[in-house]
Design a protein around this ligand. Structure first.
Ligand code: F6P
Length: 327
């Protein structure tokens, strides 16, 4: 492959703490290796409409500790069309961009894959970035650690008031399609139950649990509900429980977008920096259409086609463990 002279970098989909660390990692590694770097603002939308900005080593100073993404992000409908992608390709060519690093979630990597199937001469490398941790082929996605810590902090606070008032709290956490945040934070906070999209019929089990708990005079409870839970989410379940268990005082708390913001944890900073560095190494090694992730603590390259086709699953043993620990 011809030597890469200029790379583009973008963030796409939901932002996640640590994306800036990855942008810095890519930018400085590329400059160190003699490349120029162009920041593509507003994700694929910016690729289509030419929102390009030159990044120098100093452009990424003081961003390691900041949440969000300095390049902004978007979910681009135009990039889902062949015309949109053609326009994006023409723009990359006009700007002289030889390779692109995309930081984002499932949808963003799907976009990269479709683009690379149509246009072969601009290699793309993906970096998994989403607080949801729901990308196949990597144990970790940027922002997941920080989001978990944010949730744990909030749930611990809610537990104080829940136990003071003998209340049952339903706390909804993010995870439109996946229960990773719910499962891990439920374990970390000693939640009495964890309801996730991957498992059906959990509400009946919850009712049994509450019945028994009340008999044992267990007066306060924390139930973590993933946003994508299939029976209607925290409010709907809380309504059912209120009707059937009048003895419980029920409250609902939706943690919402607070989970996406804030300073990245040390773990997110180090991991995102590593993935940024490794994404450029992959380009130097003539790789294309792969995501750089972690498998059992080691950096791993996974083809886009696998990342997109396969679904990452939660560990059923951990759910079982959470049940045992909450008796
Ligand atoms: O970043 C992924 C995610 O956190 C999902 O869990 C959630 O459903 C979604 O973002 C919400 O994002 P937005 O409000 O930007 O559509």
């Amino acid at each position: 492959m011809a030597k890469i002279k200029k790379i583009g970098i973008l963030t796409s989909g939901g932002d996640a703490p640590g994306m800036n660390a990855a942008i810095r990692g890519v930018t400085r590694t590329a400059i160190f290796n003699g490349m120029q770097v162009v920041g593509i603002r507003h994700g694929y939308h910016g690729m289509i409409f030419g929102h390009f900005t030159r990044l120098k080593a100093h452009s990424v100073s003081d961003i390691l500790a900041r949440g969000g993404t300095i390049l902004k992000t978007a979910r681009s409908k135009e990039f889902m069309t062949a015309e949109g992608r053609k326009q994006a390709y023409d723009n990359l060519k006009k700007e002289g961009i030889d390779a692109v690093v995309v930081i984002g979630g499932d949808g963003s990597l799907t976009g990269a894959r479709v683009f690379c199937d149509e246009y072969y001469d601009i290699p793309f490398i993906g970096i998994p970035g989403t607080i949801d941790n729901d990308i196949f082929g990597t144990d970790y996605t940027i922002g997941y650690d920080t989001a978990q810590n944010t949730v744990v902090d909030a749930v611990d606070k809610i537990r104080d008031t829940a136990s003071s008032h003998n209340r049952l709290f339903f706390i909804e956490v993010m995870g439109r399609d996946a229960g990773f945040i719910a499962l891990k934070t439920g374990i970390a906070c000693g939640a009495e139950a964890i309801l996730i999209p991957e498992v059906e019929g959990q509400v009946e089990g919850l009712k049994d649990y509450l019945e028994k708990g009340y008999k044992r005079k267990k007066s306060s409870n924390i139930i973590i509900v993933a946003e994508g839970e299939k029976s209607g989410g925290a409010f709907a379940i809380a309504e059912q429980v209120k009707e059937e268990f009048e003895e419980y005082s029920v409250r609902v708390s939706i943690l919402g977008h607070i989970q996406r913001g804030g300073k990245p944890s040390a773990y997110d900073r180090v991991s995102a920096s590593t993935l940024g560095y490794e994404a450029v190494q992959a380009l130097l090694d003539d790789q294309k259409s792969v995501m750089v992730g972690f498998h059992n603590g080691e950096v791993d390259l996974v083809p886009f086609r696998k990342v997109i086709k396969l679904k990452k699953s939660v560990d059923p043993q951990q759910l079982e463990m959470a049940d045992v620990l909450s008796i």
